[in-house]
Design a protein around this ligand. Structure first.
Ligand code: ATP
Length: 256
């Protein structure tokens, strides 16, 4: 598999404040990566740095065969980085359908396929962004990122504030997007066990540095390490999401 994304000794932050400290990691095409760590360690800043919203003081970022360290953010957004921001940023005065079509870029993902993935959005197609529940807004934020036909989906705490049933459904969708569609993803989350169950690889951050990198499954099974790194994993954890499609979701046919 070829390299899709690599941070090489990246030091970055806001103004003079350093948040990411010589950070290195890489991601292969079609793979998923969990970014874990306690509050304030720099997880969101990592995504913001990839999108070009911070000041990079040293190091380099390679994306899809190109050095993008100095590339302006508006060009990165159009280069196949499908960003689902923490605040979702759904357009409140546009309908669901307008939210989706306004960002549409030619490619395999279109309105029909997003509605197949999220039938709930089709039901709500004429509702305005500000009339949606939190779960529906998150589906719309993911659907909107897919409409840009990304090579990589960047999800910043996609499960935050959502009901457990919606969290499980969204986790399954993200996992399926990777496994059936070959779409790479980077998932920043506060739920380590769930996030490890959805991803191939994981890195754990502490004070802007990578303190652990490895396979997600291995970390999920090492409760002692998980507890030491994140303060979780000593008690029985929720099971991995089932690979059966939850009610209301349509799995996309392979290669469709
Ligand atoms: N726009 C900003 N300007 C200045 N400092 C910032 C800014 N955004 C974040 N920071 C600081 O950068 C550090 C890392 O924050 P970041 O949001 O990246 O952490 P995080 O791991 O995503 O945390 P959380 O899990 O709480 O969202 C914090 O000390 C935070 O105060």
């Amino acid at each position: 598999m070829s390299e899709l994304l690599a941070f090489d000794q990246v030091t970055a932050g806001y103004g003079d404040a350093v948040v990411l400290d010589r950070m290195s990691f890489s991601l292969e095409a079609g793979k998923s990566l969990a970014i874990l760590g306690r509050n304030g360690v720099g997880k969101t800043t990592l995504l913001e740095t990839l999108m070009g919203h911070t000041r990079v003081m040293s190091g380099s970022i390679r994306w899809n065969g190109q050095d993008i360290t100095r590339m302006p953010s508006h060009r990165r957004a159009r280069s196949g980085l499908g960003w689902v921001p923490q605040e979702r940023e759904v357009f409140p005065s546009l309908t669901v359908e307008e939210n989706l079509t306004v960002v549409a870029t030619p490619g395999p993902w279109n309105l029909k396929r997003v509605y197949e993935l999220f039938p709930r959005l089709q039901e709500r197609r004429s509702n305005y962004g500000n009339q949606l529940s939190g779960g529906e807004q998150q589906m719309l934020a993911i659907g909107r990122a897919l409409m840009t036909n990304p090579k990589l989906l960047l999800l910043d705490e996609p499960m935050e504030g959502l009901a457990p049933i919606i969290v499980e459904e969204l986790a399954l969708v993200v996992k399926l997007l990777c496994e059936s569609e070959g779409l790479a993803s980077v998932v920043v989350e506060q739920h380590p066990v769930l996030t490890l169950s959805m991803t191939h690889h994981a890195i754990v951050l502490e004070r802007g540095q990578v303190v652990h990198a490895g396979h997600s499954q291995a970390l999920a099974e090492d409760t002692h390490l998980l507890h030491g790194l994140l303060g979780v994993g000593q008690r029985p954890q929720p099971s991995r999401p089932s690979m059966d499609a939850p009610a209301g979701y349509t799995l996309l046919p392979q290669g469709a």
